[in-house]
Design a protein around this ligand. Structure first.
Ligand SMILES: [Zn+2]
Ligand SMILES: [Zn+2]
Ligand SMILES: [Zn+2]
Length: 466
């Protein structure tokens, strides 16, 4: 059972009706409802339209949407290899033919079957998890393609639509997945990138070691064996045959016979300096900054395939790394246990009539962006923050996770003022650890309430979340 959605420039109903499907205009993509068996057909869109459609679909959080098979049909679509691997199927033949229908089903059915096999089909906010599920649902190996459309000089066409800024993110997320052993990278190419902006588009030019000028004259150095004279080829006159040695006046006979050209010689048109070993300078076409080859960032470009762990994580979800690291260091308790501790603490305070304990909420709303930003360093950075958190808390404090990005802490024997000092320190440290190198404002949000001896645990937690 398929649910066809035919996307055209204006939402043409006639063609959609032919399928018994829904018609949608490109501008209405956000109205798309996730449905079992969803197949998207792009009809009559140009290349930019198809790319916009892919982005609109792949950026959605619902697996039934972002994993949906996309078929682009148009007789006039240029057969670009990048476009062909961005959509699931690129068809030239008319949509109405039986052969086309069969071809669409051949490609779409295994993908839809994979989506149906996912345990809970909810929402995936983590782009790493989305890429993982996409590769798994297509049984796909990601192969980098050289491209002038991306400053890195390489793109991964099938997954580019998952990223809003395509320059860095795909590389960072693939780095992260490889560092977590979810994909296996295999060497394809080695690139040199601008160390300011990461661009692969660089000019390499010889410069004068004396004045750094680029306007150089290149000439062969000529060595005349009989008299031992060595000089610029220009000094010997003539081009080709009629070269005369300026020292002994003999006509040169043949290269390798009575003379050779041991190297190039450069003369600077700016300062007249003559030399054999020029310096090399680079100029970045993207940020226009000059540099030297030794400053360039070297990087391997790889092809990626899912590992067994990656396949498992694609189906069962990417166990949030941050959550895992906190658990390793702080031994998170589950929510039921947390509520029990809270209840016991309230009873204790009721009995001794002094309220000294506080509950705190920690939230890191920008966490998903940090995964993408830090790439393979995510483990190290999150680990550092988890250690700081451990340092601020006491052995007796109880930590539970409310979600992948929100945590509850029971600060035992800590009055509100003390808890506020601890939270301020955590916010400062989070700002330092997360914002230092990533230029993203990943803020840690905190909130505290004193443990109310008369209230039940639920209302205490509700007060925090309000
Ligand atoms: Zn010079
Ligand atoms: Zn000579
Ligand atoms: Zn640059």
């Amino acid at each position: 059972m398929k649910s066809w959605v035919v996307v055209t420039e204006n939402g043409d109903h006639g063609v959609a009706a032919h399928f018994g499907g829904q018609a949608l205009a490109l501008a209405q993509l956000d109205m798309l409802e996730p449905a079992p068996g969803l197949v998207i057909v792009a009809l009559g869109l140009d290349e930019q339209g198809v790319l916009a459609l892919c982005r609109g679909i792949r950026m959605r959080p619902e697996p039934r949407c972002y994993l949906a098979p996309i078929v682009a049909v148009d007789r006039y679509l240029p057969q670009r290899p990048e476009l062909a691997s961005t959509v699931d199927l690129l068809l030239e033949s008319p949509l109405s033919s039986a052969a086309t229908q069969t071809e669409i089903e051949r490609v779409a059915d295994p993908i839809l079957h994979a989506i149906d096999g996912l345990p809970e089909v909810g929402r995936d906010a983590n782009v790493g998890a989305k890429v993982l599920r996409y590769l798994w649902s297509r049984n796909l190996e990601l192969v980098p393609q050289p491209s002038s459309g991306n400053v890195r000089g390489y793109v991964y066409p099938p997954v580019e639509p998952f990223f809003d800024r395509s320059d860095e993110s795909a590389f960072q997320v693939l780095d992260f997945l490889e560092a977590e052993h979810l994909v296996r990278g295999e060497f394809v190419d080695h690139v040199h990138l601008c160390h300011f902006c990461g661009s692969a588009f660089l000019n390499f030019v010889e410069t004068c070691p004396q004045c750094e000028g680029k306007d150089l004259e290149r000439d062969d150095l000529v060595h005349h064996f009989p008299c031992g004279y060595m000089g610029n080829s220009r000094e010997f006159g003539g081009d080709g045959r009629d070269k005369i040695c300026p020292k002994c006046g003999e006509r040169l006979r043949g290269l390798g016979t009575d003379y050779d050209k041991p190297s190039l010689v450069y003369s600077c048109r700016s300062c007249r300096h003559v030399f054999q070993e020029p310096e090399i300078a680079t100029l970045c076409y993207n940020c226009r900054r000059p540099g030297r080859p030794e400053d360039l960032v070297e990087r391997d470009v790889k092809r990626y395939a899912l590992t067994a762990l990656g396949e498992h994580s694609a189906v069962h979800g990417l166990d949030a790394l941050f959550h895992r690291l906190l658990d390793e260091r702080l031994h998170l308790v589950d929510m039921e246990t947390f509520k029990l501790f809270l209840q016991v603490e309230a009873a204790r305070i009721r009995r001794y009539k002094i309220s000294t304990s506080t509950v705190a909420l920690l939230e890191l709303p920008g966490l998903q962006h940090l995964y993408a930003r830090f790439g393979s360093r995510a483990r190290e950075v999150f680990g550092e923050f988890a250690s700081i958190l451990k340092g601020v808390l006491r052995m007796t404090d109880i930590v539970a996770s409310l979600s992948d990005t929100a945590f509850l802490i029971l600060l035992v024997e800590t009055p509100s003022e003390g808890a506020e000092v601890a939270m301020r320190r955590l916010r400062e440290e989070a700002g330092r650890v997360f914002a230092d190198e990533a230029e993203v404002a990943a803020t840690l949000r905190t909130k505290i309430v004193p443990v109310d001896p008369e209230a039940d645990p639920e209302s205490c937690i509700e007060a925090l979340l309000a």
